[in-house]
Design a protein around this ligand. Structure first.
Ligand code: TYD
Ligand code: MG
Length: 501
């Protein structure tokens, strides 16, 4: 028995069986099973067998990729890292500084950018502004709109014209194609050879020869692949607009992200002022940068400094705490607000807008455990003013202070702000770029900046060290100007002792 099983060698299989289908030789009608009479043309004995393997299915797509790589100058021999020369990357500035910033200096010729975002956030507006800017500099632009009519595009362009040179020349060079057929887009690219092709949106574009409905994963994937090939072939920049699904994924189950060179996400609350374009993937630059915009009556306006959304003259309010946050390489002071309201015991809600909801839940638990703030039957709401999405853990301390302030009903004094990450033990942890944050907060007129105790050295007299969340209770309750030196010393000693342990 044993020897029998030992003799068997396990085989690795691809797991895909070849598929057999039948096609009528008279009318090309397809059927999954053989039939004597074709149900479409009523001819007898016309069905032929077709065997499809996974390899034949993917061969077209693979051929497209292979051709594209061959055109890029594929290498068949391994080359030493030292001998590889960097190709000259031709950048096309979009004429919109905030958009260029997130792209890493502009669009790259021959590359594909995927811009995703919720409906109504402003994707088409940003695309039209970019298209008009590039056309106004003498470049050919093709705008393929698959969702709106050419007239709707024209109306949007007219609305945006305030900041553009409305010369007939620039409008001449911007071609609008209201079509959903990819073959027509390809035909017009060949005819016009544009520097920029905008496809708004990929969900509606389709290939007639594919047996799948527009918007299906098969169509989206294949159309995007063809667009990647087109970008390489004509050395033009392509921007593909994609809708975000209900669960926040780009164009279905992340089917496109690996194919394109840059993935950008347009975020923000469409009912709020601030919107941001964030890099998710960028083969030509950093994904740290964020472009900031505000929607106005004449399109998206660039926002150089989001701190401008904060009114420094507002009187102090319980539950509102300012924080110097980093967005890419820039620092802004934004306000974090919280509200604590009576809820149902055991069913208390935690709701967040602009800040991470799961982080709010975790911090509420830390506050209960380490600062004696009883939130078990309290609903906690938190958000960032202006609609800016704050994702860094460095906002933990101001967020906790906002919740504590709201719970205790005590505001922080004017001119105070805070920054720091909070651990599960309630300790305040170091954050990156602390010097830049403190310097920016000082420039914006803040005279006291609560910082992690481990980073207070060399930050100047404005920096107030905080060792743990438990210290904050006294601070918020009594509105003390700064911690007393004795308290600081004891905290520092406590921390050193715990570290030694
Ligand atoms: P749109 O760019 O069509 O969003 P998306 O393509 O992401 O679905 O427009 C978003 C919203 O912005 C729309 O509801 C109208 C508004 N809007 C303005 O407020 N000002 C403007 O100048 C434009 C063009 C649009
Ligand atoms: Mg749109």
């Amino acid at each position: 028995m044993l020897s029998e099983t030992r003799g068997k060698v396990p085989r690795m299989t691809t797991g895909k069986k070849p598929k057999t289908s039948y096609r009528c030789s008279k009318c090309a009608h397809k059927s999954p099973c053989w039939a004597g009479k074709c149900s479409s043309c009523n001819e007898w004995d016309t069905f032929e067998e077709i065997v499809t393997t996974a390899a034949t299915k993917t061969s077209n797509a693979a051929a497209v990729f292979a051709a594209s790589i061959a055109e890029q100058g594929a290498m068949h021999e391994a080359v030493s890292l030292l001998d590889i020369k960097a190709p000259a990357v031709a950048r096309i500035s979009t004429g919109i500084e905030e958009f260029d910033r997130v792209l890493g200096g502009g669009l790259v010729a021959g590359s594909v950018v995927l811009l995703g975002g919720d409906p109504g956030i402003g994707k088409s507006t940003l695309m039209m502004q970019t298209a008009m800017q590039i056309a106004s500099r003498g470049e050919q632009v093709l705008y393929a709109t698959s969702e709106e009519s050419a007239y709707q595009c024209k109306m949007r362009a007219d609305r945006l014209c305030g900041g553009f040179k409305k010369t007939s020349d620039s409008f001449e060079r911007l071609k609008i194609l209201a079509d959903t057929d990819l073959a027509n887009i390809q035909r017009l690219v060949e005819a016009n050879k544009p520097s920029l092709l905008v496809v708004d949106s990929i969900q509606m574009v389709h290939r007639g020869d594919l047996d799948a409905s527009p918007g299906s994963v098969k169509q989206i994937r294949r159309c995007c692949l063809e667009l990647v090939y087109l970008a390489r072939q004509f050395d033009m920049a392509v921007i593909v607009v994609g809708h975000v699904t209900k669960d926040g994924q780009l164009a279905g189950p992340r089917v496109l992200e690996h194919m394109v060179d840059v993935v950008l996400s347009f975020e923000g609350d469409r009912h709020q002022g601030l919107r941001s374009v964030r890099g998710v993937k960028n083969r030509f630059g950093t994904t740290l940068e964020v472009g900031l915009f505000e929607m106005s009556a004449s399109g998206l306006q660039e926002v150089g400094d989001a701190s401008a959304f904060l009114d420094p003259d507002l009187p102090p309010r319980a539950g509102a705490v300012a924080a110097p946050v980093m967005h890419g390489t820039r620092c802004f002071v934004v306000e974090i607000q919280a509200l604590v309201a009576k809820g149902i015991y055991g069913q208390a809600k935690r709701r967040a807008t602009g800040v991470d909801g799961s982080r709010l839940t975790m911090l509420s638990a830390v506050l209960e455990q380490h600062a004696s703030i009883e939130l078990i039957e309290q609903d906690v709401y938190a958000g960032s003013v202006g609609g800016l999405k704050l994702i860094e853990p460095a906002i933990d301390l101001p967020l906790c202070m906002a919740v504590m302030g709201a719970y205790l009903g005590h505001p922080l004094p004017t001119g105070w702000c805070a920054i720091g990450e909070i651990g599960l033990g309630g300790e305040v942890r170091a954050v990156p770029h602390i010097e830049q944050r403190v310097a920016h907060a000082k420039r914006r007129g803040y005279s006291r900046i609560l910082v992690p105790i481990t980073q207070v050295d060399a930050l100047g007299p404005e920096a107030v060290p905080v060792a743990s969340i438990a210290d904050l209770t006294g601070l918020i309750e009594k509105n003390k100007e700064i911690f007393s030196p004795e308290m600081m010393l004891s905290d520092e000693k406590k921390m050193k002792d715990s570290l030694a342990c």
